[in-house]
Design a protein around this ligand. Structure first.
Ligand code: TPP
Length: 308
């Protein structure tokens, strides 16, 4: 079910105010703006440290037009759990309306350092939405690799050179991890498909229990592309099957954006300086491995979605 059919149906109100200090072209602000348009209100946002948090709340200013809680790097899901548990009791005792609770974390704060808090919250079944905006590295502290950094990408801690050709490991399957906890709703999204994104956030909010969204968040600084190209890059990630858009509802996988004729992944990789070295003759094998990874992942999803 789609809550919003056209972009014109989205609320005009901006709950993330302009004037924040995120970089030009940063997708995290687009994702946060869109996600807040899906909220029913009242809403409470919990934000793990990372670019989104530090750049929107430089003292004494804030861009958040909803109640917002700063938490440490590792415990966004734990704090969201506590807020939800408190409201559950207040609802029962005093009839207070439970707010929409959204936790935002970067990939470092989600895939790596916040994974235990997230796992605990999902297992306990708290009613909240966890949104990972995935810029595929620890950007706020200077582009260090995370377990969400894709194979072959240059970062400052997976430097491409004579010793290694960028990151040697593959990306972790965050949605698979969420689904393994038995969550009712988990999905991926891209800011290049805003209606799909907003409708998924709304669906995640409406679920009675935890829901996890994994959203690709192109980063001009860390991925090395021009800030004007963010949405194009976010779309190419989908059109090349590099970042498939799918959802899992009560364990059932569904690919939301079919890509029958994928564009060559080179079109995506060549646009980003972080993959520049992949096109050197000695790194041909890395490109081949990237292609193989994409194909394996797509086939895995087709199988899970019963489309094979
Ligand atoms: C326990 C802890 N370790 C390290 C830091 C320093 N730190 C702050 S933000 C950040 C990077 C965050 O990366 P990510 O979650 O991917 O978000 P991004 O900055 O990319 O938006 C780090 C390492 C911290 N605040 N707390």
């Amino acid at each position: 079910m789609s809550y919003f059919r056209r972009l014109a149906d989205l609320p005009k109100e901006e709950l993330l105010a302009p004037g924040h200090r995120l970089c030009a072209g940063c997708a995290a602000s687009i994702i946060a703006r869109l996600a807040l348009k899906a909220t029913r209100g009242p809403t409470i946002v919990v934000n793990a440290t990372g670019c989104l948090e530090v750049a929107t709340t430089i003292y004494p200013y804030t861009s958040w037009r909803v109640p917002w809680v700063h938490v440490a790097f590792e415990n966004a899901a734990a704090v969201a759990s506590g807020i939800e548990a408190a409201f559950r009791i207040m609802e029962k005792k005093y009839g207070v309306k439970k707010p929409d609770i959204i936790a935002f974390g970067g990939d470092g704060g989600t895939f790596d350092i916040g994974i235990q808090a997230l796992s605990g919250a999902l297992e306990r079944g708290h009613d909240f939405v966890y949104i990972c905006y995935d810029n595929e590295a620890y950007m706020n502290t200077g582009i260090q690799r995370s377990s969400a950094t894709p194979l072959g990408a240059w970062t400052t801690t997976s430097p491409a050179g004579r010793v290694i050709p960028g990151k040697l490991e593959r990306k972790k399957d965050l949605i698979g991890i969420a689904v393994a906890h038995g969550v009712e709703y988990a999905a991926t999204a891209s800011p290049a498909y805003p209606l799909d994104l907003v409708n998924k956030v709304r669906k995640a909010i409406e679920v009675d229990g935890p829901a996890v969204l994994h959203i690709i968040s192109p980063c001009p600084r860390g991925w090395r592309f021009d800030p004007s190209e963010t949405i194009e890059i976010a779309r190419l990630a989908v059109e090349t099957r590099f970042f498939p858009i799918y959802e899992v509802e009560k364990g059932e996988y569904k690919i939301n954006i079919k890509v029958p004729k994928p564009k060559p992944v080179e079109e995506y990789l060549k646009r980003q300086g972080r993959f520049k070295h992949i096109f050197l003759p000695e790194n041909k094998w890395v490109l081949e491995r990237i292609k193989q990874t994409i194909e394996e992942n797509w086939n895995r999803l087709l199988e899970l979605a019963g489309e094979k």
